[in-house]
Design a protein around this ligand. Sequence first.
Ligand code: BT5
Length: 259
Amino acid sequence: MNQNELKKSLSKLKLGDIKYFDSIGSTNDEALAWAADDARDLSLVIADEQTAGRGRLDRKWITPKGAALAFSLILRPTAEEKPRLSRTVGLAALAVAESLRMHELNIQVKWPNDVLIRGRKVCGILVESVWSGEDVDCVVIGVGVNVSKNSVPPAEQVLFPATSIEDETGQETNRVEVLHHILATFITLRPTLVTDEIITHWAGLLAFQNESVQVESPNIPPIVGQINGLEPDGSLRLLNEHGESVTVRFGDVRVRPLT
Ligand code: BT5
């Protein structure tokens, strides 16, 4: 992977500018700084290796050299999109999920920000915003995808079982082709951000639908319930043990299946 190969391969997509790094701390940090400056809509920061990749709450995201995709897409939302930005993580997860479905794999979206193949995490998404006063100016969508087998961290370093595309398909996979597919799918799906179609689409791919889960977040007792779909803003709907509907909003939330 290098800047020229990327520019050539992605030239037919209507992207902004592209910044490629052999190695970087975090593509999200670079993209946040660029977004706060003058980055155009759909500009891309991508790296072969991250030395300080981040998940939510500053958890570590591991991106070894030459093995994975780690990129951040900068979105300059339109006035129509701005009230719907809580759905952005779903849009990104659907773009990844749909682009992997071509391999006829069992793909699901684990709310709020993971994509799973056969119940294992192949992709994590971190959405962060750049504000201008009360207004969101830009959204940075950070995406990490495990492509080759050695992108998968050792079991003791992950909170949830992990996998890679090559582990699941048994085929050698070209990272730039996967990237092209994800970005093209993102661009195709973007208009659904402002329609309820995205919620139906997202809910249809939810992991643990109608199953019991435990939702954990810092400083509040865990909530136990059955996943029952999504609210229009992308929040998760659970049915608790009394059959009452409970809404779980975004934030530092962990959803764990109760088996
Ligand atoms: C995420 O957070 O899953 C969001 C990850 C976003 C990574 C991208 S890469 C490009 C961009 N630049 C960045 O710096 N970040 C974004 P969270 O739900 O908090 O999950 C983090 C947890 O996933 C860690 O605590 C580990 O348990 C696990 N993990 C770390 N690396 C992994 C990997 N390569 N594959 C699977 N699981 C991993």
